[in-house]
Design a protein around this ligand. Structure first.
Ligand SMILES: Cc1cc2nc3c(=O)[nH]c(=O)nc-3n(C[C@H](O)[C@H](O)[C@H](O)COP(=O)(O)OP(=O)(O)OC[C@H]3O[C@@H](n4cnc5c(N)ncnc54)[C@H](O)[C@@H]3O)c2cc1C
Length: 441
């Protein structure tokens, strides 16, 4: 047995959420030793990878799955990302500014968007309403070949941001203004067990043991997996919901969102220019249940089958979800989207809603694109939680982060950093003045 490495704080999981926390711990506290443990070779290779997600900073204005109250919360999180980008990414190496549209098609959706505009305009003063001719100036393909009698409207904002969240994670741990870097990174270090020993928390890994006064687990679905091993959050389970994408070239110029399908808790299919190649638009993500904790990593199947969703209670909860939300056909259709030929044929209707002139040859399936949303389910009520979940144990925090978890990374870190300092106790401080100056001005 090698010697145990000791830290004040250990962060387990180096996606954008864990990296954001390390940035805040370094910049706004006096904590002298911070360890970040990541099982991959680099930061942000799982859901934070640009291949896994839609690369969007959500603000809540054009996402019809958010009502006004939830939208305000999301806006606050999105504004924090923008503050960071303004300060550290003046050459746009992490992000690309774009505009965004929420497209309403048909009388019902047009009425819904007219109302949304009235309800949201005070909170989002930059939101504008566009009709057919103005939409055509920005996005000619939305109007081309569309039935002239079909009613359309769009809510428009020039506050669209596409972000490479993997690069953002790299920037969080590499880009500190204070030169005495206090975070030590451990790659290819996979945590197998977390337990308490006296007042410390121990993480066992393939790379030796680590101990810390406070631990924050930011390992996506594995956060709940480890919480369960410590008898925390036993009423909750992970329902992995994969999202796939189709790709096209030169169909759209900006982000184009569509209206939410009633009763379905995931964002409706949207078109987003790839942050690293804006001539490519990705349409998606789809939403299909998948027995994997991480996409395309088939060994995670074994962790899935031993998790709480694969139990009598878990299976009942899933059935309840499917029945509650008229989910059944939606679920079947989303499974089919990943099939060759039939998937593309079925998916075309989503693209044609946005680009009526699109042809089959214009799109291709995004092989190896798409991640898995770790949706949290309440095993007792069969309720699916729509956003992130945070659980607390004795000097340990667990973050489970489905969408919009990447947008929320700094907002989440701003809560965790205060909690970590509080858990560490005497002698540890959070520099609220500096934080407020940088994020609230
Ligand atoms: C299809 C799709 C589209 C999305 N679109 C958006 C979007 O447009 N905007 C948005 O804000 N959000 C979006 N999201 C959500 C967003 O991608 C995630 O919320 C975010 O990336 C979560 O970051 P994370 O750091 O918690 O997780 P991850 O990036 O998955 O990081 C978790 C890390 O933990 C590590 N880990 C796991 N287990 C261990 C272990 N045992 N030991 C050591 N390390 C471990 C993993 O290797 C991984 O690097 C989308 C998600 C999906 C699936």
């Amino acid at each position: 047995m090698g010697k145990t490495r000791e830290f004040d704080v250990l962060v387990i999981g180096g996606g954008v959420v864990g990296s954001a926390l390390c940035h805040f711990l370094e910049r706004y506290t006096n904590i002298s030793s911070i360890g970040l443990i990541e099982k991959g070779k680099e930061l942000g290779e799982v859901n934070s990878s640009p291949d896994s997600n839609s690369q969007t900073v959500h603000f809540g204005d054009i996402e019809t799955n958010y009502g006004l109250e939830k939208a305000k919360h999301v806006k606050n999180a999105g504004d924090m990302i923008v503050s960071y980008l303004d300060r550290y990414d003046s050459d746009s190496s992490l992000h690309r500014k774009t505009y965004k549209l929420l497209l309403g098609v048909g009388d019902n959706e047009v009425a819904l968007l007219e109302k949304r505009y009235e309800d949201f305009k005070a909170t989002y003063p930059k939101l504008r309403k566009l009709y057919r001719d103005d939409i055509a100036k920005l996005e000619p393909n939305i109007v081309k070949d569309r039935d002239p009698n079909e009613n359309i409207v769009a809510l428009y904002s020039d506050d669209g941001y596409a972000v490479d969240y993997k690069k953002l994670a790299d920037s969080f741990v590499g880009n500190f203004l204070n030169s005495n870097k206090r975070t030590e990174l451990f790659f290819e270090t996979k945590v197998s067990k977390i337990y308490k020993k006296d007042s410390l928390t121990i993480a066992e890994t393939n790379n030796g043991s680590f101990s810390a006064k406070v631990v924050v687990v930011t390992s996506g679905p594995y956060s709940l997996y480890f919480a369960h091993k410590m008898d925390i959050g036993k009423d909750l389970a992970i329902l992995p919901v994969a999202g796939s994408f189709y790709k096209s070239k030169n169909l759209l110029n900006g982000k184009v969102y569509t209206v939410q399908i009633d009763g379905i808790p995931f964002a409706a299919i949207h078109g987003d220019p790839n942050v690293n190649d804006p001539t490519e638009t990705r349409f998606g993500p789809t939403a299909k249940m998948l027995p994997l904790f991480e996409r395309h990593r088939y060994n995670t199947f074994f962790d899935f089958i031993t998790s709480a969703i694969v139990s009598i209670k878990g299976i009942f909860a899933c059935l309840k979800i499917i029945l509650q939300m008229h989910f059944f056909w939606f679920a079947i259709e989303n499974v089919l989207y990943d099939f060759p030929i039939i998937g593309k044929l079925l998916f075309m209707k989503n693209i044609k809603k946005i680009v009526p002139s699109a042809r089959l040859k214009d799109i291709s399936y995004g092989k190896n694109l798409g991640g898995v949303r770790p949706q949290v389910v309440d095993l007792n009520t069969g309720k699916i939680f729509l956003g992130e979940i945070k659980l607390f144990g004795d000097k340990i925090i667990f973050n489970v982060t489905p969408s919009p978890g990447a947008t929320n990374c700094l907002k989440n870190a701003s809560g965790d950093v205060v909690k970590v300092v509080e858990m560490l106790g005497e002698g540890f401080t959070f520099n609220k003045e500096l934080f407020d100056k940088e994020f609230k001005s």
